[in-house]
Design a protein around this ligand. Structure first.
Ligand code: NDP
Length: 488
């Protein structure tokens, strides 16, 4: 085992490897589709491999659902909705959600390791963020299941019916929880399609539903690639589609649902501005920049992928950022020292490399740390661009990787103008010691979530969602419940 060496002026930090063990559970070689409470092979017999992006090794083979399987899953969800779930009192539904939440906690270690192996994220993040938050979403929504009438006083609330849910690869189990917990709490049944590159924790979640005794067909999981997602969206038996992913696919889904009564919520991309004023606590702000862009390799829709820094402190902030970045450890996702794990797939790694090229071709200046990265697997060094213009692709488009674009500003109005000047409106950040400035900025940015003097904080009770090309509808809190209910 080699030690990770980080050398900065006069200091030499060496970290011995601290790998999390993966011998406390056994992945199956093959996973089926979860329909009506049981696992089945795809009707076509097709399977695809899911690989560990840090080692490029196959972890398991997973069934690839076709239109026939999608149809069976939607039918199973319909039967469960009509015969069992919609009729069940909220307090009884809540018990299942509590049970699921507790099993998520009991199996947290296994889930965290599988999440890091299948998706590439550092074990510290899957262990301390993804899995605890997934359980928290089930606990939170379990509490609402018998109180929905109080969430919307004066209204009669009803579930929508069968919901098709499509989720991405950046927070696989957490996205399961964000989607499934409110849907089930409100009395809907679900057909879920996880991303092709990260299906494993959704399949373990299906096992957890079995373990919790969830009635058959209330939760169904169909694995596959984009074609499986499209077959789900195009199925006439859905009452709602909930999608998280790229803006392009979100637009395609919106088009295919046009003219149908199927409801839709979309949580799409982002290009958040993290705004640092000269009166901010600079060292804390630098930590916030690091967390904003390098958390989960930058595969975060609400990542602070643009830094807007007031001109008077630009040099200081950039120098401190470089110094802090020199300490970031890129490498084995299962090592507890690792700050930045593997890029989720070869395709995404190549896409990020393309943006590193575009930025330089457009005239921006690239900085990357000199840390070592493993030879095998998909890794990118933490990076930022300076000398960028508002029109550059690296400022306007979502890169979804550990790449920050840095711009400066002189006045608050200029900062707002630049912050709002992208097609997105998902999130933002502001760093200042003046409360009034916080209110001006939070009112002035068109985004669903804005953090003040912090970044990337999530809570199940707090609604999350976007404006403009970042989508519509909210997840979390009472707003999130509303998206899974008919309020009469
Ligand atoms: P996609 O939007 O393609 O993937 C999101 C989900 O949609 C996945 O489950 C995917 O399946 C599925 N899907 C793909 N095509 C269709 C379709 N036509 N109909 C229904 N479902 C479909 O994102 P990518 O994985 O291609 O990532 C590309 C870029 O999107 C990233 O670089 C990033 O910029 C952005 N992105 C944003 C996310 C966010 O949270 N805002 C999350 C993920 C990506 P499968 O994965 O199996 O192809």
């Amino acid at each position: 085992m080699t030690k990770t060496k980080i050398a900065t002026k006069g200091l030499d930090w060496s970290y011995a490897p601290a790998p999390e063990s993966a011998d406390h559970f056994q992945l199956k070689g093959q996973y089926g589709l979860f329909i009506g409470g049981k696992f089945f092979p795809a009707s076509s017999g097709k399977r695809f491999p899911t690989i560990n992006p840090a080692t490029e090794k196959i972890l398991a083979h997973v069934a690839e659902a076709g239109a026939k399987d999608v149809d069976q899953a939607v039918r199973a969800a319909r039967v469960a909705y009509e015969k069992v779930w919609r009729k069940m009192p909220g307090r009884e539904r809540g018990k299942y959600l509590y049970r699921i939440a507790r099993i998520l906690q009991e199996r947290a270690r296994e889930l965290a390791v599988v999440e890091s192996m299948d998706g590439g994220k550092p074990i510290r993040e899957s262990r301390d963020v993804d899995i605890p938050l997934a359980a928290a979403h089930f606990f939170y929504h379990a509490g609402w299941a018998d109180k929905l009438g109080y969430a919307f006083p004066g209204k009669t609330v009803q579930p929508l019916g069968v919901v098709g849910q499509i989720i991405p690869w950046n927070f696989p189990l957490l996205m399961v929880a964000w989607k499934v917990a409110p849907a089930l709490a409100c009395g809907n049944t679900v057909v879920l399609k996880p991303a092709e590159t990260t299906p494993l924790t959704a399949l373990l979640f299906a096992e957890i539903c079995q373990e919790a005794g969830l009635p058959d067909g209330v939760f169904n999981c169909i694995t596959g690639a984009g074609a499986t997602g499209a077959a789900l969206v195009n199925h006439a038996g859905l009452d709602k589609v909930a999608f998280t992913g790229s803006t392009d696919v979100g637009k395609a889904i919106q088009k295919s649902l046009a003219g149908r009564s199927t409801k839709l919520t979309l949580e799409l991309g982002g290009k958040a501005a993290n705004i640092i004023f000269e009166d901010a606590a600079i060292d804390q702000a630098v930590e916030g920049i690091i967390n904003g862009i390098f958390f989960n390799q930058g595969h975060v829709c609400c990542a602070g992928s643009r830094l807007l820094v007031q001109e008077s402190v630009e040099k200081e902030v950039v120098a401190k950022l470089k110094a802090r970045m020199a300490h970031l450890i890129v490498g084995d996702p299962l090592d507890k020292n690792t700050d930045i794990g593997a890029i989720n797939s070869k395709g995404q790694r190549d896409r990020i490399r393309d943006y590193l090229k575009f930025g330089q071709e457009e005239g921006a200046e690239l900085f990357q740390t000199s840390c070592s990265i493993p030879q095998k697997g998909y890794f990118i060094r933490p990076s930022f661009f300076t000398k960028v213009a508002q029109s550059h692709r690296i400022v306007q488009e979502e890169i979804f990787g550990p790449v920050l674009a840095i711009q400066s500003f002189r006045t608050l109005d200029e900062a707002l103008e630049k912050a709002n000047n992208t097609p997105y409106g998902l999130s933002g950040g502001v760093w200042t010691d003046k409360g009034a400035k916080i209110f001006k900025v939070t009112r002035g940015i068109k985004a669903g979530v804005i953090w003040a003097n912090t970044f990337n904080k999530f809570d199940p009770s707090s609604p999350f969602g976007g404006y403009k090309e970042s989508g519509y509808g909210r997840e979390g809190g009472r707003h999130g419940l509303r998206a899974y209910l008919e309020c009469l």
